[in-house]
Design a protein around this ligand. Structure first.
Ligand code: SF4
Length: 222
């Protein structure tokens, strides 16, 4: 099976058109920090609360005392770390880009990524999520879910972020919408079907998957 076929089949199973609904680039940047190591629902709960309080603005977050932000971020877990990261991002945007996320996001993608990676709590996956979803820049997010689907299906076996990213970017049109859709389909598949214990009997890839080919349906974890 080729990557195009995998994407086609996943596209016939999952609807990911509204994968990352957000009202502004800044909201996506905050969401990218909040969603680290937690379920999307928990991050959404915090985003909704910040929005309802009128705090989903760069300057409002920069002005907010750290302790208060920690309390608000708590439902998303790792709240001390996440509150510090969000504050640092707001302070950086205010100081370097007049509080306009597009000031950063419209730079050359390589420079924008480097700048994002210099901020506390922003690793490669978070930086690429911000570039792709907030900046609409073609950077594929090589999340662990993507590596899992690629390696189980037999397309590409690597856990290395850069290698997986290079593999995907070499095979897809360098278009933000294509990257976002493909990423969303693979993450949705890994969360719902190709889980830690995969539900292979319910999978649109089963007849072409190296994992089931290797273990047989009998050996497949269910
Ligand atoms: S057949 Fe099983 S291991 Fe292969 S992609 Fe589907 S759920 Fe994952």
């Amino acid at each position: 099976m080729r990557l195009e076929e995998l994407v086609r089949r996943l596209g016939s199973r999952y609807d990911v058109e509204r994968w990352w609904p957000a009202e502004s680039p800044w909201e996506i940047m905050v969401g990218a920090i909040l969603v680290q190591r937690t379920a999307w629902e928990n991050a959404t709960m915090v985003l909704d609360d910040l929005r309802a309080r009128g705090l989903l603005e760069v300057d409002a977050i920069d002005d907010l005392p750290l302790e208060r932000l920690e309390r608000l971020v708590r439902p998303a877990g790792f709240y001390r770390q996440k509150a510090r990261s969000i504050k640092a991002m707001a302070a950086h945007l205010r100081g370097a880009h007049r509080s306009d996320p597009l000031g950063l996001l419209s730079k050359h993608p390589g420079s924008a990524r480097k700048e994002l990676l210099s901020l506390p709590g922003v690793g490669k996956e978070t930086a690429d999520a911000i570039l792709l979803f907030a900046g609409r820049r073609p950077r594929f997010i090589a999340a662990a879910y993507v590596s899992r689907v690629l390696s189980r299906t037999g397309l590409f076996a690597s856990q290395d972020y850069d290698e997986v990213q290079r593999y995907m970017e070499a095979r897809l049109e360098p278009d933000p919408s294509t990257y976002a859709r493909c990423y969303a389909l693979m993450v949705q598949h890994a969360r719902s079907t190709c889980r830690t214990r995969p539900l292979c009997d319910n999978c649109v890839l089963m007849d072409a998957c190296a994992f089931t080919g290797r273990t047989g349906r009998e050996g497949c974890l269910r």
